[in-house]
Design a protein around this ligand. Structure first.
Ligand code: FMN
Length: 372
């Protein structure tokens, strides 16, 4: 059955929720290529920073074909949050998501992220104010509570629903837990029971079987899968297929992982420029190659790459190690095809220019709002 989030109808029950430093435009385009329907979200962006640092609007760049995608904002000043939400709407977001779950001290030491679970009146005011300022659906992501003595996710969710939230995502841990222990899916079930709006259960889904178990145990409408997708975007279509057909596809071939690792790396360099793109891609390359038998020495070298050319060389050697000359040929063919499509030599003409991944940002579209 389709999930309705306000005016937005979802065909998929699978959601890739925000991950700072991960769910950027490049990552989302990789997921979208292999899973046409899952719901996606940007990295979180500070509502306050959006007012003073124009470069931050880049987090809100959306691909033309990536719908449905939401933009996640964080902050605690209702008017500032409304301003950010309007910008998100103008950038083409299908929904705005408010972060009320981030546990990081840098965020919570104000009243942002999960700190809002200790300030339900303020959280309500934020939701009401943001809701009144946009025409697209509003969703909220939160945890079970601040700590074990204050697990208020059920009442908190009910309050958000009353204030105008169209759906919620619940990570089954408290703020105090950060990522320790196991996500409590039973508690997520209680939140689901207490609410009428769609609930996405979140926490510890690393295999398609986990997704089904979470859906069944918590009775939630959808499942949000974050860390499991790191270097493993195929998890999403595998979950989708398993939910929809009961057919459990195996993981991708190692060569496929290596090709995707390269495309991710080169995409980041094209979109973010040589320095930032190379830096960020080192982490992703590590994720993609984890689990490939014998890959440790190659992985160590991948953490040192200076450009996409270095990555291509090391990944080609790895391709040969896993599948011999044919593996290497298949990998290099994919590299050549990418170069042909985007007209660049990896590592040579990739300095601070943007290439194939086009982000249609119209800054004039976001200027009409008076800053609060
Ligand atoms: C690297 C990283 C960055 C994250 N950034 C965000 C964020 O920007 N906003 C947010 O609401 N949650 C963020 N999260 C939390 C995830 O969305 C998710 O709630 C959490 O990882 C639990 O789900 P999982 O077990 O599927 O990973 C982040 C998690 C990770 C690992």
């Amino acid at each position: 059955m389709p999930i309705n989030i306000g005016s937005l109808t979802l065909k998929s029950r699978v959601y890739v929720p925000p991950m700072a430093g991960v769910t950027d435009l490049v990552f989302r385009s990789i997921v979208r290529r292999i899973d046409p329907e899952c719901m996606l979200a940007t990295e979180m962006v500070s509502s306050k920073a959006l007012m003073h640092r124009p470069e931050k609007t880049r987090i809100m760049d959306l691909n033309l074909n990536e719908k449905p995608t939401g933009i996640q904002i964080f902050g605690h000043e209702p008017d500032v949050m409304a301003y950010a939400a309007k910008m998100a709407e103008a950038h083409g977001a299908d929904f705005v998501d408010i972060n009320m779950g981030c546990p990081v001290p840098k965020i919570t030491k104000g009243k942002d992220g999960c700190a809002l679970m200790r300030e339900p009146d303020l959280a309500r005011e934020i939701v009401e104010t943001v809701k009144a300022s946009i025409n697209i659906p509003l969703t909220v992501k939160f945890r079970l509570g601040w700590d074990d003595d204050s697990r208020n996710a059920v009442e908190f969710g009910q309050m958000l629903e009353k204030a105008g939230a169209c759906a919620v995502t619940v990570h089954g841990r408290t703020r105090q837990q950060l990522y320790s222990g196991k996500a409590d899916w039973d508690f997520i079930a209680q939140v689901k029971k207490g609410l009428s709006i769609p609930v996405f259960g979140n926490g510890d889904v690393f295999e398609p079987e986990d997704a089904i178990a979470l859906l069944e145990k918590a009775g939630v409408d959808g499942v949000a899968v974050a860390r499991g997708t790191l270097g493993n975007p195929w998890l999403i279509p595998r979950i989708t297929k398993y939910i929809e057909t009961g057919i459990l596809d195996g993981p991708p071939r190692d060569i496929e992982r290596l090709i995707s690792a390269y495309l991710h790396c080169v995409g980041l360099i094209r979109y973010k420029g040589s320095k930032i793109g190379t830096n960020e891609s080192r982490r992703h390359l590590t994720h993609y190659t984890k689990g490939i038998v014998g890959s440790a020495p190659y992985r160590a070298r991948l953490t040192q790459i200076e450009n996409a050319h270095d990555a291509a060389v090391i990944l080609a050697e790895l391709a040969e190690m896993v599948e011999g000359t044919d593996g290497k040929k298949e990998f290099l063919l994919a590299v050549e095809q990418e170069n042909f499509e985007n007209g660049k030599d990896p590592g040579k003409r990739d300095s601070n220019c943007e290439g194939s991944i086009h982000a249609p940002i119209d800054f004039s579209a976001v200027s009409p709002f008076a800053k609060p």
